[in-house]
Design a protein around this ligand. Structure first.
Ligand SMILES: Nc1nc2c(ncn2[C@@H]2O[C@H](COP(=O)(O)OP(=O)(O)OP(=O)(O)O)[C@@H](O)[C@H]2O)c(=O)[nH]1
Length: 355
C-alpha cells in the first residue's frame, strides 16, 4: 500500500482572508529545513503581494462528467501540477495556497480525479489557517470560513495572542463542532512547527490514528463535545493544554447558522464489507453535495486489515491498509462533515452494515 512514497506530497493551504496563510507560507519558504518546496498560488486575477511566489494559477473550475454540481476539479491546477512534475530534480513537496475566499472542495477533488496528478502527487493534507480573534464573526457571516474548517485535515489556530484563554477555548469548541476530526495547532504568527503540519499524511487515513488518536477511541460524548487533554494531540506540539472542557456552547449557533457540523459514529461489531460499500456509495450519491468530507476506519468481517476510506463530496476512495495489531481494540468509526446531516439516519444506516 505504499506506492505513495514515490509521489510528491501536496499541502493545500486554505483559510479566510487575513488568517495568516502568507505568514505561514513565508515560514515554510524561509526556514532552514533543507527541503525544496514549490508553491502554487491562485490569484483570482488580482495582482497580489503573493506574486513573488513561484507559480500562479487561474481560476478555472469545471464540473466532472458525472454531472454532479459538487464534483468539480481545477483545470488550471492540473496543468500547473503537471508542469511542475516534469521539471528536472522535482520538489520534495508542493504547497497550494488558495485565496481566502476559495472553496477547498474543487482543489481537494483534483487530487482524486486526474490520472496524471494522481500518479505523481499525493494530497498530504488540507491545512486551514484560522484567525482565533475573528473566527466567531466569520462563522456567523461566511460560508467559506465554515467550509474551510469542514474540509480541513488539520487546523492552525493562529493569532492566539489576540484572545483570552477563555476565548481560545470557545473558538476551539466551535471548530470541533464543525470538524470533530482535525487536530488543532495553536499558533502565533503561524509559528507551528513545520514538521508537525507538513508531510504528516493528514489526508491519508493510514496515519490518521497517529495524528488524532481520538478518532479511533470511543466517542467522549455527544455532538459538540469539547475534547480534553487526551484528545487532539499532536505529539510534536507541547504548548497544548486542554485542562478543562471549556463549555463554550455560546458559539454553537454560529456553526449551526451555516448548517455545517460533524457527526461521528462508532460500531463495536465487525462490518460487512460489501454492505458498507453499497451504503456509502448510495449515501454519497444522494447527499454528496451536502457531505463535504467523510472519513472512516472499518473493521471488516473476515479481514485482518483495517479498511480506511476517505471522501470529498461524492468522490470516495477506500483501501485496506495495515493489519490490526493484536492488542488493538477493534471497532469501526466514521465521521461525516456536512450540512443537513441526519444523525439518526446515518447511525441506523451504519448499524445496518454490521456483519
Ligand atoms: N496579532 C497577530 N497578527 C498576525 C498573526 N499572524 C499574522 N498576523 C498578521 O495578520 C495579517 C494577515 O496575515 P497574512 O499572513 O497576510 O494572512 P493571509 O491569510 O495570507 O491573508 P490573505 O492573503 O488576505 O488571505 C498580517 O498583518 C500579519 O502580520 C498573529 O498570530 N497575531
Amino acid at each position: 500500500m505504499s506506492p505513495m512514497n514515490a509521489k510528491t506530497p501536496v499541502t493545500v493551504l486554505t483559510g479566510y482572508l487575513g488568517a495568516g496563510k502568507t505568514t505561514l507560507l513565508n515560514r515554510i519558504l524561509t526556514e532552514d529545513h533543507g527541503k525544496r518546496y514549490a508553491v502554487i498560488v491562485n490569484e483570482f486575477g488580482e495582482v497580489g503581494i503573493d506574486n513573488e511566489l513561484i507559480v500562479g494559477a487561474d481560476e478555472e473550475v469545471f464540473e466532472m462528467n458525472n454531472g454532479c454540481v459538487c464534483c468539480t476539479v481545477r483545470g488550471d491546477l492540473i496543468r500547473v501540477l503537471s508542469g511542475l512534475m516534469k521539471r528536472k530534480g522535482g520538489f520534495d513537496a508542493i504547497i497550494v495556497e488558495t485565496t481566502g475566499l476559495a472553496d477547498p472542495g474543487p482543489v481537494a477533488q483534483t487530487f482524486f480525479v486526474d490520472d496524471d496528478v494522481k500518479a505523481k502527487t499525493q494530497l498530504d493534507s488540507v491545512t486551514t489557517v484560522v484567525d482565533a480573534k475573528h473566527l466567531p464573526l466569520r462563522l456567523a457571516d461566511s460560508r467559506e470560513a465554515v467550509e474551510q474548517i469542514a474540509f480541513a485535515d488539520q487546523i492552525v489556530l493562529n493569532k492566539t495572542d489576540l484572545v483570552t484563554d477563555a476565548e481560545l477555548k470557545a473558538v476551539e469548541a466551535a471548530i470541533r463542532r464543525i470538524n470533530p476530526l482535525a487536530p488543532i495547532h495553536r499558533a502565533q504568527r503561524s509559528n507551528v512547527p513545520l514538521d508537525a503540519i507538513l508531510g504528516r499524511g493528514g489526508f491519508d487515513l493510514a496515519r490518521i490514528t497517529d495524528i488524532s488518536p481520538e478518532f479511533l477511541n470511543p466517542a467522549h460524548g455527544e455532538e459538540g463535545h469539547v475534547h480534553d487533554e487526551d484528545c487532539d494531540h499532536d505529539h510534536h506540539d507541547h504548548d497544548h493544554s486542554h485542562h478543562d472542557h471549556g463549555h463554550a456552547h455560546a458559539h454553537e449557533d454560529h456553526a449551526a447558522a451555516a448548517g455545517i457540523r460533524g457527526v461521528s459514529l462508532t460500531l463495536r461489531k465487525p462490518i460487512h464489507g460489501q454492505r458498507v460499500t453499497n451504503w456509502l456509495n448510495q449515501l454519497l450519491a444522494d447527499q454528496g453535495p451536502d457531505i463535504l468530507r467523510a472519513k472512516g476506519i472499518l473493521d471488516v468481517a473476515g479481514d485482518e486489515r483495517r479498511l480506511v476510506f476517505q471522501a470529498v463530496h461524492m468522490i470516495l476512495e477506500g483501501d485496506f491498509q495495515r493489519d490490526w495489531k493484536p492488542e488493538e481494540d477493534r471497532f469501526s468509526r466514521m465521521v461525516f462533515i456536512g450540512r443537513n446531516l441526519d444523525e439518526a439516519a446515518l447511525k441506523a444506516g451504519f448499524e445496518a452494515c454490521a456483519a
